[in-house]
Design a protein. Sequence first.
Length: 196
Amino acid sequence: MPKIVDHNKQKEKLAEATWRVILRDGLERASVRNIALEAGISAGSMRHYFSTQSELLAFSMRLVSQRVKTRISSIQYTGELMEDIQQLLCEILPMDEERSAEMEVWFGFTAKALVDPTLHGLCSEVYDELRRVISSVMEALGKSDLLREGLDFEIETERLYAVIDGLAVHAVVMPSRLNPEMIRSVIAAHLRSLCK
């Protein structure tokens, strides 16, 4: 009897192998051959799941995004707005080994998207989704009448987005200097600067 293969599970396995190759060897070494070797299958077998390297990278990028969304959707909120906002923002950031690996891989994908048109649209889509999360944080602060008077909503949304994005970069590049406690402190300080 032929073995039944779950194609979605196999694609996820290949995406995770892609992440491991990128984390260990860099994006430039994430060839079909190296990823197949990491996943324990033949390069020819990979063609059953992805016809091009760009298609594999796009699937791998989407999987990073989906995992972040899954974590966000499973947050158990306390009802305390400032605490809940900080918890939400921390789910986006590299606060532990798993999220650090996702972020490092994501930055590799982002760099590749600058020169690969098939990845550029997906990259923009994910960054737009992140901006919507940041905008929803600002809207929640506004609806709760917590924002300082006279703030420019669009500028402050971009500034919060830049803070979160900057924290992500710094936490990946200099994890010993920007540990989870410092990340939480920076987020809390920035949120206080927005509020009355």
